[in-house]
Design a protein around this ligand. Structure first.
Ligand code: HEC
Length: 240
């Protein structure tokens, strides 16, 4: 059943959020459904910008290394210490999972099978670029807050290329042990499954840029446990 065009405005007008919505954007009923949707999207985006993750055992270890506090560094579990050595060393993980959020913010092919069902593939960023180019909700669209559209070049210069096929945004890894299942399609249940995936990665499946970075690591069971132990120390102790 299609909702009447005014449904969103009615819901907003009757919700507890109506006063704050009206204070920021104006009365909901003065907007088209699409404009109300855009305003909600912008409010969500602004809220997300305020979210930060709490301190982790790994952060304390990192700081201890920086200040040369050996006693504090030694409190970081030894399995996790071996795991982080693999993460930045032989595992090559930090090439893509780098920086404070453990993501370089780029798109890569991590070798996840791209068949959604027989005969249908999820082509990742390749399809995403086409969707973005035809979307009215971009920096190049009518709803941007910047009348000069100074950021629109980022949308206009995008064109699907063969190398975009099967690539996905590198996810950050903070709090990764608290979520799951993993990968864009939720195909891997546990962090052990993810590490095993990298350990046995299928080179036939990989093309694009991942191929030059990833290769089967053939980790031992102990090394798999160490990498998982390290990933578990990226969880914030903050219960929120
Ligand atoms: C070539 C870049 C690259 C390298 C190297 C890489 N990753 Fe990833 N990683 C990705 C991408 C891209 C995804 C998302 C894949 C998807 O959604 O299909 C991902 C997903 C993950 C996830 C799942 C996160 C989630 O929220 O679902 C974990 C955990 C992870 N990687 C850990 C590692 C570890 C450990 C290593 C080293 C053994 C590693 N990665 C090496 C690019 C990389």
């Amino acid at each position: 059943m299609a909702l009447p065009a005014s449904a969103l405005a009615d819901i907003l007008t009757e919700s507890d959020l109506a006063p704050s919505y009206t204070a920021i954007f104006g009365p909901p009923r003065q907007f088209s459904p699409e404009e109300n949707l855009v305003n909600i999207g912008k409010a969500f985006a602004a809220y997300q910008e305020t979210l930060t993750t709490g301190r982790t055992a790994f952060d304390r270890f990192r700081d201890a290394l920086e200040t040369g506090d050996r006693d504090a560094a030694a409190r970081y579990p030894s399995a996790a210490q071996r795991g982080v050595a693999l993460f930045v060393g032989r595992g090559n993980c930090s090439i893509c999972h780098s920086g404070p959020l453990f993501s370089n913010g780029e798109f890569h092919d991590a070798g996840v099978p791209y068949f959604v069902e027989p005969g249908r593939v999820d082509n990742g960023r390749h399809g995403g670029i086409k969707t973005l180019r035809s979307s009215p909700f971009t920096l190049d669209g009518a709803y941007t807050d910047d009348p000069a559209k100074s950021g629109a070049w980022a949308v206009r210069r995008l064109a699907p290329q063969h190398a975009n096929f099967g690539t996905f945004r590198v996810p950050g890894l903070r709090n990764v042990a608290k979520i799951g299942p993993y990968m864009h399609n939720g195909s891997l249940q546990t962090l052990t499954d993810v590490v095993r995936h990298y350990s046995e990665i299928d080179m036939e499946r990989l093309h694009a840029d991942g191929e030059t970075i990833l290769s089967p690591l053939q980790l031992t069971e102990a090394e798999i446990r160490d990498l998982v132990a390290f990933l578990a120390t990226l969880s914030s102790e903050d219960p929120r």
